[in-house]
Design a protein. Structure first.
Length: 259
């Protein structure tokens, strides 16, 4: 029998919970996410959901991998959505578990739209997106009065049709820090376009690899060095690129930062 969540909302059979699993550290799960893991009949999870998060699921819960990773064979979005609908119509408690927050570059909007059109009831449980949680674990404040009044989250990979619709030159002109998701493989190109838009080559850059996980690595460089070719020994690993003055704030924090 399904237990109620801390807010008293039961995970009912025949429904889908779209849940953000956070950037990887299971300590960053919300209580609602944890209750969903304990009560789901089937978990349809993404590539960026860590094993440590999945280990919190009920032992009897069925797990179905539906990961999408750039440059590799992946499940189509249509197939994933149809699977969610089918599982719900079987009367199962379906947990759609996505890394970070499902509505921040997670295609969650597409999935709930399809569920709504199919008449499947769903619940949305937000998660901590990597662009916030990952920065915190690296000791980089997302905002600071001395550096910025805005933070821009941007996808580094092209759209589904292969076209890059981001005006990087215009983003450079705004003069606020950028957090680039899924952009490591295009970092040299992105850096070049930002410099062409007026961003200084000396602008500080941090590459966050496996953010919030035990293997987290932070590589600090500059925009000019990134344009000229940053070593990418771990380019296949999930990475965030942070560009702007907030990166420099990290140095004052590192000596006392518990990681």
């Amino acid at each position: 029998m399904s237990e109620a969540s801390p807010a008293g909302v039961p995970f009912e059979p025949g429904t889908v919970w779209l849940v953000g699993a956070g950037p990887g550290d299971p300590g960053l799960l919300t209580l609602h996410a944890l209750e969903a893991l304990k009560n789901a009949d089937v978990i349809v999870y993404d590539a960026l959901v860590s094993d440590r998060v999945l280990s919190l699921a009920a032992p009897e819960a069925r797990r179905e991998f539906a990961g999408k990773r750039g440059g590799r064979p992946s499940h189509s979005q249509r197939d994933i959505t149809l699977r969610l609908i089918d599982l719900a119509r079987q009367g199962l408690r379906v947990l759609r578990l996505k890394g970070g927050d499902p509505f921040v570059f997670g295609r969650g909007g597409e999935e709930v739209k399809a569920l709504a059109e199919a008449g499947v009831r769903f619940r949305i449980v937000p998660g901590i997106t990597a662009g916030i949680g990952g920065l915190a674990y690296a000791g980089i404040p997302a905002t600071s009065r001395e550096t910025n009044q805005a933070l821009i989250l941007v996808a580094g990979h092209p759209a589904a049709d292969g076209e890059d619709r981001i005006n990087w030159e215009a983003l450079a002109a705004i003069g606020q820090p950028l957090v680039v998701y899924m952009g490591l493989s295009r970092l040299a190109e992105i850096a070049g376009r930002l410099i062409a838009g007026g961003m200084a080559p000396e602008t500080e850059v941090a590459v966050l690899i496996e953010a919030t996980l035990p293997d987290q690595q932070v590589i600090e460089t500059t925009l000019g060095a990134a344009r000229d070719g940053l070593r990418q020994d771990r380019a296949a690993a999930p990475a965030l690129v942070v560009i702007g003055a907030i990166v420099g704030l990290r140095r004052a924090l590192l000596s006392n930062l518990i990681t």
